[in-house]
Design a protein around this ligand. Structure first.
Ligand code: HEM
Length: 404
């Protein structure tokens, strides 16, 4: 039996319920088995505690303004020189670097070939993880994921592990200090993880999961945001000018887009024992609960009569996030939320010091370079998934629209 909830408060209660376990990734076990997002109860708590240390706000701030901006400039440079780009590809190339940094996957060559190979593997991992929504032959996708995991080891993961083990040995010998270690999930696992839990296959799945979790959702959200902001600015030139002058307004626009397009439109949970759930009644063990995040984020009783439209001027009710439930809430809430979305300002904030989030920074970079949809090559929706993502989004960099 499956019950569906679409009310924001009821969804929030379900996502915090200790007796509802993750069920969205059963089809994608080939990559998702026993990774952080699919663990339950004590095993999940232990793993989350272990890995959470990598995702602290002070580090995000340093990362966003330093590492990310440098990587963004490096990645986008060839596209700027060409005067055009394709946002799905660019989005993956940029966001893959973010998640590789947090997961702990080295890219020593920094060559176009290396980037292309990692991008290829990450796209396959994403398709495997979201297999439940795939419209392709599922066994064929699983076979591709297995082959990609096999290729990922020697090409990326094994050298990344070897480098970290060597650094940990030097730390133990007193040759280097704590600050000389990379700050990423792989280092934490190798240093503090239980070797019985983290078998070589488990490490490979966990790191592959991280790579795709961040890259896939960030890339899709960035493209939606670009589309929404470009469309709104075209119709409201005064807001287009404000996006340019006021980074906090730009962040507000990005949050509005995140609300409308949650990367994961539904969450799915399974009752591990009989559960009484508000809005769903008494559920037997094994019952599935589908949580319609996309519908909840457009609930007019919360976000107003125009809730299903982009409007960066809407009033956000107290107690609600401007991006709704897009990053989840409760037990499995997104560890990358503040990294991607930045900090939601509580009252006036200093734009020079405010953590805007990598998506806002990415969009600002595109708009500052004069990016607009390519008038001769309209964007197309993705076809291999039921998720409402963009499959191809050509843009041009128009010198006349560049920010000074
Ligand atoms: C716009 C971008 C993103 C969106 C919309 C997003 C959304 C989500 C959502 C909805 C969940 C919860 C899923 C559930 O409850 O079933 C989640 C979990 C998670 N996200 Fe994100 N995410 C984004 C970016 C990232 C990034 C960049 C990272 C890492 C660098 C990341 C790491 C994680 C992890 C590790 C979890 C699992 C947490 C747990 O199970 O305890 N996410 N994300």
């Amino acid at each position: 039996m499956t019950v569906r909830l679409a009310d924001p408060a009821r969804i929030a209660a379900a996502l915090c319920h200790p007796d509802l376990e993750q069920a969205l990734y059963d089809e994608g076990r080939v990559i998702m088995q026993d990774v952080l997002l699919t663990l339950h109860g004590e095993a999940h708590r232990k793993r989350r505690l272990l890995e959470f240390g990598v995702f602290r706000r002070n580090f995000f701030r340093y990362y966003e303004q330093g590492v990310f901006m440098a990587t963004l400039d490096e990645t986008i440079a060839p596209d700027l020189a060409a005067g055009r780009s394709e946002l799905v590809d660019l989005g993956y190339r940029v966001t893959m670097n973010i998640t590789a940094d947090f997961a702990g996957v080295d890219r020593p060559a920094r060559s176009p070939e290396e980037t292309a190979e990692l991008r290829r593997l990450v796209a396959i991992f994403s398709e495997g993880a979201t297999l439940i929504h795939s419209t392709r032959d599922k066994e064929a996708v699983r076979a591709e994921v297995r082959a990609a995991l096999d290729a990922f080891g020697p090409a990326f993961l094994d050298p990344s592990i070897a480098r970290r083990r060597a650094l940990l040995a030097r730390l133990a010998a007193g040759e280097i200090g704590e600050d000389d270690l990379p700050r990423d999930v792989l280092t934490v696992i190798l240093r503090h993880g239980d070797p019985e839990e983290f078998t070589p296959e488990m490490i490979r799945r966990e790191i592959a999961f991280y790579l795709q979790a961040g890259a896939h959702s960030t890339a899709n959200s960035t493209i939606h945001a670009f589309h929404d902001l470009a469309t709104w600015a075209e119709a409201h030139p005064e807001d287009g000018a404000r996006m340019r002058a006021d980074p906090l307004f730009l962040q507000r626009c990005v949050h509005e887009s995140l609300r409308l397009h949650p990367a994961s439109p539904v969450s799915l949970r399974r009752a591990v024992c009989p559960v009484a759930l508000e809005g769903a009644g008494d559920l037997p063990a094994g019952a599935l609960v589908a949580l319609d995040l996309a519908a909840a984020n457009r609930d007019p009783s919360v976000f107003g009569a125009d809730a299903d439209r982009f409007n960066p001027h809407r009033a956000i009710p107290a107690g609600q996030m401007p991006f709704g439930l897009t990053f989840g809430i409760g037990t499995h809430s997104c560890l990358g939320r503040d990294l991607d979305g930045g900090v939601v300002p509580k009252g006036p904030a200093d734009p020079a010091n405010h953590q805007l989030g990598t998506i806002t920074r990415f969009i600002a970079r595109l708009l500052a370079a004069g990016a607009r949809p390519d008038p001769g090559d309209p964007p197309r929706r993705a076809e291999h998934t039921e998720r409402p993502n963009w499959g191809r989004y050509p843009i041009v960099f128009d010198p006349a629209r560049r920010w000074a």
